[in-house]
Write a protein that binds this ligand. Structure first.
Ligand SMILES: Nc1ncnc2c1ncn2[C@@H]1O[C@H](COP(=O)(O)OP(=O)(O)OP(=O)(O)O)[C@@H](O)[C@H]1O
Ligand SMILES: [Mg+2]
Length: 505
């Protein structure tokens, strides 16, 4: 294959084979963006995103919510693309410690924020990640977007102020814990010669005003930084003495892979942190592209954004898709439902994103008939001309008539079988494609074995971490030694006793 003059994997990734119309190999060019829509378990990851990532030779960013999806590709992404080449690095941002033993991504949220633009972009990314947690339903989502914008004003001020004065994330968290009372950042923004002008005003504006609004803003600011308030998560993700930040530019130059592993968790969304890191990775790749001698990345950089709305609702995605695909940055995103996209981006932005996506791949089995109806409308009708011959008492006559027939009705799309998907690509007619699941075939068997081995490896590494019983014992011992435990006389009366008295004694 490689000896042929033209190798399609140089310029794109294989999507599948067409069924209707029959029997054509389907490839997606790297400079065309792809959006995948399909409900849980439809095959977005195993049939499309994982195979694309596995076949890709250049650097990549992959967001995911499932450990298995990470382990599926992490091994092969480290192998060199050609025999004899050096192995490729990977780095995993793993806030919840789900993948112990894999190389960690360490990232400093303050680094670079002396530059007001960096501070602003980073703050906006953190803030955008809070919107996925919003309650569903039109008005609530708009409110969530409003508070995300207020949050960005506060966070950009805090990040900028910390960076200008050599402060760390710990200081920022101290401010975030009680933003209204924090005087330091405002003073720094006012007095520091290098501070962006007027940012103290933006900060004050967001933190003073009607108590309801300020209260909601504060809650959202804290939500954006919530993950860092967990000491273990902070220790895992952020640099500390002896643990420096991952060199992302170097990782990209060596065709490495950045994995951002979140999880579906209504209590602790990783989306704010993951969105901020993803923006940073993409900015780093963009810089590598613009400073490269060819003005673009070769091989290209592939961003595989699985579960986009819940992992990394990047505010910049639409603009990036429009501008950066020509610079060698390629985008594939996946979402379970259209509604999720609307919640994260708002109706207008979600529609623009949808409109800008070159190739849409839609699985059947969904329940959102409105979405299917829109797709059906998009595919439009075909005009079938009919010639009718009538033979009656007045003689033989012919008449021609046209009839519009729907190519795919909404119900037809819903009924598309497993391992098949509707592909709407550019100005081509709609295609029903047969996809290749990455577990299929001989290579799939091999991949399954590699996955099992990787899973066993992670389980071994996990067994080494201390368990909660040991930690409880250690905590109680500390409390005893430092007189933090309950005193002898500090017992709580049973119900109907003098409960308040017991506390105040
Ligand atoms: N290890 C495995 N071996 C065999 N089949 C699997 C395995 N893991 C998942 N599957 C099956 O493959 C199908 C596609 O899974 P896939 O993870 O690609 O779905 P998805 O569209 O990405 O779903 P989600 O939105 O939940 O991530 C599922 O129906 C699942 O039952
Ligand atoms: Mg998936």
């Amino acid at each position: 294959m490689r000896r042929h003059a033209f190798d399609p994997t140089d310029v794109g990734w294989r999507l599948g084979r067409s069924r209707v119309p029959h029997g054509v190999e389907l490839w997606c060019r790297y400079d065309r963006t792809t959006g995948v829509y399909g409900e849980q378990g439809s095959g977005k990851t195993l049939d499309l995103l994982a195979p694309a990532l596995l076949a890709h030779r250049g650097a990549a960013l992959a967001t995911l919510t499932k450990l298995d999806d990470l382990l599926l590709t992490a091994g092969r992404r480290q192998q060199p693309p050609h025999a004899g080449n050096p192995p490729r690095p990977i780095a995993v941002l793993d806030p919840f410690g789900a993948a112990p033993g894999l190389p960690e991504l360490v990232w400093d949220p303050i680094a670079g924020c002396v530059d007001p633009q960096t501070a602003e972009r980073r703050a906006k990314a953190f803030a955008a990640g809070t919107i996925t947690g919003a309650v569903t339903g039109g008005r609530q989502d708009n409110a969530a977007r409003f508070y995300a914008a207020e949050t960005a004003k506060v966070l950009q001020g805090f990040l900028h102020a910390a960076a200008l004065t050599g402060r760390t994330l710990e200081h920022v968290l101290e401010w975030v814990a009680n933003p209204v009372a924090a005087e330091q950042p405002a003073e720094i923004l006012q007095q520091h010669l290098h501070a962006a002008r007027f940012w103290d005003g933006l900060l004050a504006g967001a933190l003073h005003g009607s108590p309801d609004t300020v209260g909601n803003t504060v809650t959202t600011v804290q939500q954006a930084m919530a993950l860092f308030f967990q000491p273990e998560i902070r220790a895992r993700c952020v640099p500390s003495p002896g643990r420096s930040a991952t060199d992302l530019a170097d990782l990209i130059a060596r065709q490495g892979t950045v994995y951002l592993l979140g999880r579906e968790d209504p209590y602790a969304s990783a989306a704010p942190l993951m969105t901020a890191v993803a923006e940073h990775v993409l900015d780093t790749a963009l810089r590598a592209a613009t400073t490269s001698p060819h003005g673009r990345l070769t091989p290209c950089f592939l961003a595989c954004l699985d579960e986009l709305p819940s992992t990394t609702p990047l505010p910049t995605l639409r603009v990036r898709m429009a501008n950066e695909r020509a610079l060698g940055l390629s985008f594939i995103y996946a979402a379970q439902t259209w509604k999720q996209m609307v919640v994260s981006y708002g109706e207008d932005e979600a529609r623009s994103l949808f409109g800008l996506t070159n190739n849409l791949v839609v699985f059947g089995g969904g329940k959102d008939i409105h979405f299917y109806r829109e797709l059906s409308d998009l595919l439009d009708d075909v005009r079938i001309s009919r010639q009718t011959v009538t033979d009656g008492p007045g003689g033989v006559g012919t008449s021609r008539s046209g009839e519009d027939v729907r190519v795919l009705r909404p119900g037809d799309i819903r009924r598309i079988r497993e391992r098949h998907a509707l592909v709407i690509a550019g100005n081509a007619p709609p295609i029903i494609a047969r996809l290749q699941r990455c577990f299929d075939g001989k290579d799939g068997e091999q991949l399954k074995q590699e996955l099992d081995a990787a899973r066993a490896e992670v389980n071994r590494a996990r067994a080494d971490s201390s368990d909660v019983r040991e930690r409880t014992a250690a905590a109680l011992a500390y409390a005893r030694d430092h007189r933090l435990g309950p005193r002898q006389d500090e017992h709580i009366e049973p119900p109907f006793g003098s409960l308040p008295g017991a506390w105040s004694s």
